[in-house]
Design a protein around this ligand. Structure first.
Ligand SMILES: [Mg+2]
Length: 242
C-alpha cells in the first residue's frame, strides 16, 4: 500500500510546475545570442537562429525520449555552429549565453503560490528538492530562485545541465534522493509532464504527483498517484497522509 505511506520529501520539477511557462517565441529567444555570434564570425544571423531553434528542439526530444543524456546551453550553440561550419571561440559563446539570459530574464516567472506552498511544506518539516531538466547553467536558476524568494525553502537542487542524465532516467531521481537523504517510498515528485516527472519518479519507487497546467503533458499508460490543479493542494495531500 505504497499510496498511503506518509510523505517526508517533496521533489519539484521547475518548468511549468514551480515556474509558469512563458508565452514566448523560441525564435525571439535566440535572436540576441545569434546576432552576437554572427557579428563575431561573419555568419548569417537568420540561418543561425533557425539552426539554434532546430538543435534545441532536437536535443530536448532526444534527451527526454531516447538517450536521456543531458545537454547544456553551450552544447546547443556549439552544435548549431558546427553544423553550419562556423568556428566560434569559447569567449564568444560565453557572451552569447549572457545575451540569451538577458532575453529570458523578463519572461521567467514563478507560480504566485509557489513560495507559500514551499513555506507550508517547510513548516511541516518536509524535505524539499528541485529536479529540473534544463540546459541552463545552475547559476541562472539559482539567480531566479533567489530573486523570487524560493531558494531558502529548497534543501537540494538538481539540474540536469550539471549532471550526466535527464529525467526520466532513474539515475537523476536517485541522485536527488541521495542528496536529500531520503528513501523513495516516503518521497513524491511533483511535475507537469507525465513521462519525465510522474513515470520517471514511479520507476524508482517514488510516487508521482501530476500538476495540471494548460501545457501539461500527458503520456499514454501513465497513471499519476495524485493530481493537483494548484500547488497549495500539496499541503492538504501531506496532511491527509500523516
Ligand atoms: Mg516541467
Amino acid at each position: 500500500m505504497s499510496g498511503v505511506d506518509r510523505i517526508e520529501t517533496v521533489v519539484f520539477d521547475w518548468g511549468g510546475t514551480l515556474s509558469i511557462w512563458a508565452e514566448v517565441e523560441v525564435v525571439d529567444m535566440w535572436r540576441l545570442a545569434a546576432t552576437h555570434i554572427a557579428e563575431q564570425t561573419g555568419a548569417g544571423c537568420d540561418e543561425l537562429v533557425a539552426r539554434l531553434v532546430e538543435v534545441e528542439g532536437r536535443m530536448w526530444e532526444e534527451g527526454t525520449t531516447r538517450d536521456f543524456r543531458s545537454f547544456t546551453l553551450s552544447e546547443i550553440m556549439q552544435t548549431a555552429s558546427r553544423e553550419l561550419g562556423i568556428d566560434v571561440a569559447e569567449a564568444v559563446l560565453e557572451e552569447a549565453a549572457l545575451h540569451h539570459l538577458d532575453t529570458w530574464t523578463p519572461h521567467v516567472r514563478h507560480d504566485p503560490e509557489a513560495v507559500e506552498t514551499l513555506a507550508g511544506l517547510h513548516e511541516r518539516g518536509i524535505r524539499i528538492g528541485l529536479l529540473s531538466n534544463t540546459h541552463w547553467p545552475e547559476a541562472w536558476h539559482e539567480h531566479f530562485l533567489e530573486r523570487d524568494g524560493l531558494a531558502p525553502f529548497i534543501d537540494v537542487r538538481v539540474y540536469s545541465s550539471e549532471e550526466e542524465h535527464m529525467k526520466p532516467h532513474p539515475r537523476i531521481f536517485e541522485l536527488a534522493l541521495e542528496r536529500l537523504d531520503s528513501g523513495p517510498r516516503s518521497a513524491v515528485m511533483v511535475g507537469d509532464r507525465q513521462l519525465d516527472d510522474v513515470k520517471g519518479a514511479q520507476q524508482v519507487g517514488m510516487r508521482g504527483v501530476w500538476k495540471h497546467t494548460r501545457l501539461a503533458k500527458q503520456w499514454p499508460g501513465v497513471e499519476p498517484d495524485f493530481e493537483v490543479q494548484r500547488l497549495p493542494e500539496l499541503l492538504d495531500l501531506v496532511d491527509r497522509l500523516r
